[in-house]
Design a protein around this ligand. Structure first.
Ligand code: GLU
Length: 321
């Protein structure tokens, strides 16, 4: 079925979602990372980036928060850019673990590979693969440059978050060395873990994440800067990985109720990709038990349902003025 949606309808849906959930008090800030525990829990922003480069924003869409696990998408894209789709599949994999983001059991169960770059184990492996292998400084520069390309503007390291997370990332240290045990780290394990921790500590805004999501939705062409960031054929690869594991063990429930592939982070950000249509991001610090922002989930679901959008419904949607 052909379906037309106006920009005014999108603006209205975004505003309604914001008004509806602004006062929601469910969930609580991530407390296993001290910095995140102290962020103002009332912050809330939503941003959509259309494929013509226009953004539709409401609330704290320009507040810089910890990107956390949403960065896994960005670095997976960098690995795809540097190695191609086949090698990512061989060296990391693209399977859901069905287990929490930081699961060690998942590695033990699948000791032949770390499953997907969108859980901690695979993300640490992805950081180990970033070229040039062996050079921490240049690897970091490549990670930041790639995020900058995707967002159309640079992220900024939140130094306090980086220190806070580095001092408490004991579980991730175990993951890095367990991966080494299975020959699934392709650079120094401690350096790879440090790069992962640092990328999680980058400050990003909902507006920036919506532009990165729109770049994926737009087959690698950043709709704001007009730069072709990655080859068009990689776009469905990244969206498929977001679809299968974006909400960790709750990914099925998420896709079933929202109809949009999206990736979360414990900093409270969510980035959703609607292929061929737009990128959407919402941010609010309080998260549920699985580590997913309560208000971000509610608001993105609201917008999708209100507009009758769903990646699985087969509608040919055109967004018009
Ligand atoms: N830096 C966090 C960790 O590794 C990210 C977790 C997340 O956002 O899901 O524990």
């Amino acid at each position: 079925m052909d379906k037309k949606i106006t920009i005014a309808q999108i603006k209205e849906a975004v505003q309604q979602a914001y008004d509806l959930y602004k006062t929601n008090t469910d969930g609580k800030n991530a407390d296993y990372i001290p910095y995140l525990a102290n962020i103002n829990k009332n912050l809330f922003g939503i941003s959509i980036c259309l494929l013509n480069g226009q953004t539709i924003e409401v609330g704290d869409s320009e507040y810089r928060f910890g990107i956390e696990s949403v960065s896994k998408v960005h670095t997976a894209i960098l690995v795809l850019r540097q190695y191609g789709a086949k090698e990512l599949l061989e060296k990391i994999g693209a399977d859901a673990t069905g287990l929490p983001f930081n699961s060690i059991i998942a590695i033990l169960l699948e000791n032949d590979h770390p499953s997907t770059p969108l859980v901690n184990a695979g993300a640490i492996t992805a950081c180990s693969m970033v070229k040039p292998v062996g050079d921490s400084k240049q690897k970091w520069d490549a990670i930041v440059a790639n995020i900058t390309d995707l967002c159309g503007s640079a992220p900024q390291l939140i130094d306090e978050l980086y220190k806070s997370e580095s001092a408490t990332n004991f579980n991730n240290r175990s993951i890095a060395w367990l991966l080494k045990n299975y020959n699934r780290i392709y650079d120094d394990p401690d350096m790879s873990l440090d790069l992962y921790t640092r990328q999680c500590s980058l400050g990003i805004t909902a507006k920036q994440l919506s532009i990165a999501a729109a770049t994926v939705a737009n087959l690698g062409l950043n709709p704001v800067t007009k730069k072709q960031v990655f080859d068009a054929e990689l776009s469905p690869k990244i969206t498929s990985m977001i679809s299968t594991v974006g909400f960790y063990e709750h990914t099925g429930d998420w896709l079933y109720t929202s109809g949009i592939p999206a990736k979360t982070g414990v900093g409270g950000g969510v980035m959703g990709v609607l292929p061929g249509q737009f990128g959407i991001s919402a941010f609010a610090p309080p998260i549920d038990q699985a580590g997913n922002s309560v208000k971000a989930q509610l608001s993105i679901k609201y917008v999708m349902n209100k507009l009758g959008l769903n990646v699985f419904n087969g509608h040919r949607v055109t967004i018009v003025d």
